[in-house]
Design a protein around this ligand. Structure first.
Ligand code: NAD
Length: 252
């Protein structure tokens, strides 16, 4: 059986580690993943999360704005795994973090902007679908609170959060930063992801394709297990802090 010590040994001498995160890093913060045992796809139809459906279904848009601006929106906080990513960055051995998550918890946990590529967007910003005009959440929220339950842009276009829906391109700036991280990496750690969503997974797999070490930390199987140098099954909040402290005890 492989251990954290094996993962730390595989990363010996590596100073530009790519960290690739998925929904599983945030389940310990209380946010369900998509494909895990309690994942969103157990109760929701993925077809509802397409851009087409969002544009066509006013009731769906109203429900999304209510979920975002309504009183019952829960507050989520970064967990030990998000903090471990910051620790690794501060140790100087990380090229950057490519996250598929839209929850903003890496940023909330203190990872600075140059260290992160949110390739599926985030729920901090609002844009108009037609022209990409950007709006602040505060402004749209005040309109929503005043009774505008399906707010549109001044240009007439439907508004949406900057979360990437199925059928949308990745945000160009984040995609470009992710590519730079991936091509500059000398190893990779994947955390809490089935590594099954493309093109995001390419940023991770390009590193493994170059014969560089790939560590996978996940509860349950992933689509890239056969490519892993070391694969550990367990909770991100246990495994990643353990690995980062082993790396800090064993400088590059
Ligand atoms: P996924 O649901 O396909 O896979 C998550 C994996 O993490 C599963 O294998 C699950 O067993 C594992 N997991 C769950 N809890 C874990 C834990 N505590 N420690 C370690 N592993 C754990 O998610 P994905 O690979 O990120 O891809 C699906 C899509 O999900 C992405 O496009 C992402 O945008 C979206 N998503 C994001 C969030 C979020 O922002 N938090 C939540 C749900 C879905």
């Amino acid at each position: 059986m492989q251990t954290i010590a094996d993962a730390a040994a595989a990363l010996e001498g590596r100073e530009r580690i790519l960290v690739f995160t998925g929904a599983g890093i945030s389940t310990e913060s209380g946010i369900p993943d998509f494909r895990g045992p309690n994942g969103v796809w157990k109760t929701e139809d993925p077809k509802n999360f397409t851009l087409r459906h969002y544009l066509d279904d006013e009731q769906f848009r109203r429900a999304r704005w209510k979920g975002w601006f309504g009183d019952d929106r829960p507050t989520f906080r970064p967990n030990q795994a998000h903090k471990a990513v910051v620790d690794l960055w501060e140790s100087g051995r990380m090229v950057g973090c490519v996250t598929q998550n839209i929850d903003g918890l890496h940023v909330a946990g203190g990872l600075p902007a140059p260290a992160i590529a949110e390739v599926h967007g985030n729920s901090r910003g609002i844009i108009c679908v037609e022209h990409g005009h950007s709006h602040t959440a505060d402004h749209i929220r005040s309109r929503w609170l005043a009774g505008d339950l399906d707010p549109h842009c001044e240009c007439g276009s439907i508004l949406k959060s900057t979360v990437v829906l199925f059928g949308e391109e990745l945000p160009p700036a984040a995609a470009s930063r992710a590519r730079t991280f991936s091509l500059g990496a000398d190893a990779a750690i994947a955390v809490g992801s089935t590594i099954s969503v493309f093109p995001a997974a390419d940023y991770l797999l390009w590193v493994a394709d170059r014969g560089l070490p790939l560590i996978i930390l996940n509860m349950g199987p992933t689509d890239a297990d056969e490519m892993a140098t070391v694969r550990l099954d367990g909770k991100a909040g246990d495994l990643l802090p353990g690995l980062v402290s082993a790396l800090r005890a064993r400088p590059a």
